[in-house]
Design a protein around this ligand. Structure first.
Ligand code: TRP
Ligand code: SF4
Length: 339
């Protein structure tokens, strides 16, 4: 029997290179391995936890996220590629889990604490944000997911999923497997300004991007600040552009003697950036081209997603039904005892 994989991505703007190397590339790889059956979804409900004031922005972005996901190689005919909010089971199971999840488990979650810091929302943390990992537990277990390909930052959430699963199984009988993470060994990719890559910080490199967009991201990279003139000796070890060469284009850097040339002041930062930009463009171009093709057939894309929604919904309904049966939640004609 194939092993079931479940994972989601929040539709915060366009997918960026950090998302790709950290998680999405792994999704594509897993999708193409025979032993797995994959359920990948766009977590639009999750986006409301921090973006509730701009719900319509989340909405108008959704289709684009599907284009991006398909452009990088996810295939709705191999993986179920669907929309979280289209399957009512996610929110139902979220509600059920919220009944059995002690507040203490949620309050200590470091990833939620980080979100509170990043989004600067300390003064008004909503109930929904505290419940973020509970919804995530529902996402995974609704399909009885066994493996969850995620970035390291998501580990606290997955640990909570396992705690909820153990508690549920203990209380009502074992129906859920305890999901395990599938991590990649790729280190977290920093942005070209040296900070964490994020759409909010405005430093993200879109993974499906035109040549001009890639250049405009690379152009503003922070290099060695001590280099003022073109011939000044550089320090590649502290340069973000050099870091990208190391991560993605080691061989190219070696064959152009980049490290030496930089230290000797023989190459200018502008030329160096142009080279990086061209290499990135070469790497990402197939995605860009595929998206152009997909965009010519929006109806077909929509249909494929809807088919996946239906497939996911069928499984989700079964799970919810199974739970309701465990609970005995159904109306039956009993004779009233009071008479
Ligand atoms: N929290 C995840 C992120 O920000 C997205 C997500 C939502 C998810 N539900 C999930 C990931 C279920 C794995 C499984 O990246
Ligand atoms: Fe960085 Fe390249 Fe400039 Fe050296 S030449 S500091 S590696 S951008």
């Amino acid at each position: 029997m194939s092993k079931r994989i479940v994972s989601g991505v929040r539709p915060t703007g366009r997918l960026h290179l950090g998302n790709y190397v950290g998680t999405l590339k792994n999704w594509v790889k897993l999708q193409n391995e025979e032993e797995y059956e994959c359920f990948f979804f766009v977590a639009d409900w999750h986006s409301l936890t921090t973006g509730f004031e701009h719900a319509e922005q989340v909405g108008c972005n959704l289709f684009n996220v599907f284009y991006d996901l398909m452009a990088i190689g996810l295939d709705p005919e191999r993986s179920a590629l669907f929309l979280q909010s289209a399957i009512s089971g996610h929110s139902e199971l979220f509600l059920i889990y919220s009944m059995i999840t002690p507040m203490g488990w949620l309050e200590r979650n470091p990833t939620v604490k980080e979100m509170v810091r990043d989004y600067d929302i300390k003064e008004h943390i909503n109930y929904g944000l505290i419940g973020y990992p509970v919804l995530q537990a529902a996402d995974i277990t609704l399909y009885k997911g066994e493996y969850v390909p995620i970035g390291k930052d998501q580990l606290p959430h997955l640990e909570l999923t396992r705690e909820i699963v153990r508690r549920f199984n203990h209380l009502y009988g074992s129906i859920f497997p305890e999901p395990k993470e599938l991590l990649t060994d790729f280190p977290v990719l920093k942005a070209l300004d040296g900070r964490r890559m994020s759409k909010t910080l405005g430093n993200a490199i879109p993974v499906v991007a035109s040549e001009q967009e890639i250049w405009s991201a690379v152009k503003s990279a922070v290099t060695d600040p001590s280099r003022v003139y073109r011939n000044d000796p550089g320090h590649p070890d502290i340069c973000n552009v050099y870091h990208y060469f190391e991560v993605f284009f080691k061989n190219e850097a070696r064959s152009m003697d980049l490290q030496e040339s930089c230290i000797k002041g023989a190459i200018g930062c502008m030329d160096c950036k142009k080279k990086l930009s061209a290499l990135l463009n070469g790497m990402l171009l197939p995605f860009y081209e595929r998206k152009q093709l997909l965009m010519q057939e929006p109806e077909k894309v929509k249909e494929m997603i809807e088919t996946c929604n239906t497939k996911a919904d069928r499984i989700a309904r079964k799970t919810i039904q199974e739970i309701k049966e465990k609970f005995g939640f159904k109306v039956e004609c009993h004779e009233s005892k009071e008479n």
